[in-house]
Design a binder for this molecule. Structure first.
Ligand code: SAH
Length: 268
């Protein structure tokens, strides 16, 4: 059983946080002498043994630390997701984590239907937690980095980035694809074009593609506007299609990540 422990020490005994304790006790039915796997969601894992189980706490003795569980994709996928209503956003974060994304950035677009500003911090916390829980379930030692929501136009503004004059905008920092139901080639076609230095021009990843990353932008329920699509492609993003049907945003996000993992990442 895997348990989340944000400040995982290298040795000694730890006590679980209340939420994790409840999960371990009531969901996993943990008991003393059970072996557990602890992870800090930033890549550190440890084997441990439950040494003491009280009514509202239990102690775990750390046995062995391991750094990398080998579950991370060599291709860092950074999902730019137009903010979706309520549980749809939660669903996308959970599934994208299972599919191995390394980063999620919620985007406030022209057609975003929710007022994110009102409860931004609480939402961000909730989304982080969903990422950690999904990582726990799927065996990842790393949860995706949950970035602060950002306005679409700011992300794609060619002007100075956060570092001031001379700094590239966020969008210019890496290769990216924007999924657009009104045009653009399919992903297989796009991957053949050798536009990313980790593609070999045949649609397969090149050797030593570690440390490479790619942005994938998926719209909210109402989609991206013509202006947004134009702004993204004007800033170096490639338009791509997910086929002839219009997918719901959640379906599109899952397919986009899954197909890119299949073509260039670790699902092939
Ligand atoms: N504006 C559309 C639906 C948007 S679907 C309408 O209401 O008619 C939500 C998002 O999913 C889109 O912004 C796009 O990023 C993605 N998407 C859905 N179907 C797609 C397709 N066939 N090709 C590419 N992207 C798609």
């Amino acid at each position: 059983m895997r348990l989340y422990c944000p400040d995982l020490p290298d040795s000694g005994t730890i006590e679980l946080r209340p939420e994790e304790f409840n999960y371990a006790k009531n969901v996993l039915r943990a008991k003393p002498m059970d072996e557990v796997l602890l992870f800090d969601a930033r890549g550190k894992e440890a084997r441990g043994i439950i040494t003491r189980l009280d009514r509202d706490r239990f102690s775990i003795q750390i046995k062995e630390i391991s750094k990398n569980a080998g579950k991370e994709s060599a291709l860092g996928i950074r999902l730019l997701q137009g903010i979706l209503k309520g549980q749809k956003m939660d669903f996308v974060i959970q599934k994208a984590t299972e599919l191995g994304v390394s980063e999620i950035r919620p985007l406030i677009t022209g057609r975003t239907q929710v007022d994110i500003r009102m409860r931004e911090t609480r939402k961000l916390e909730r989304w982080r937690k969903i990422g950690v829980e999904a990582a726990r379930q799927c065996g990842r030692a790393v949860a995706p980095v949950m970035k602060e929501p950002m306005a679409f136009t700011d992300f794609f503004s060619p002007g100075p980035g956060p570092g001031g004059a001379g700094e590239p905008s966020e969008a210019q920092k890496g290769p990216g694809i924007i999924f657009w139901e009104k045009g653009g080639p399919g992903l297989k076609e796009l991957a053949k074009k050798r536009f990313f230095d980790f593609c070999d021009g045949q649609g397969s990843p090149v050797e030593g593609a570690e440390g490479r990353y790619i942005y994938l932008a998926v719209g909210p329920e109402g989609g991206f506007s013509e202006e947004e699509a134009a702004q993204a492609s004007g800033n170096g993003f490639y338009l791509a299609s997910l086929g002839p049907r219009i997918l719901r945003a959640e379906t599109a996000a899952i397919m986009a990540v899954g197909l890119v993992q299949f073509l260039l990442g670790d699902m092939g």
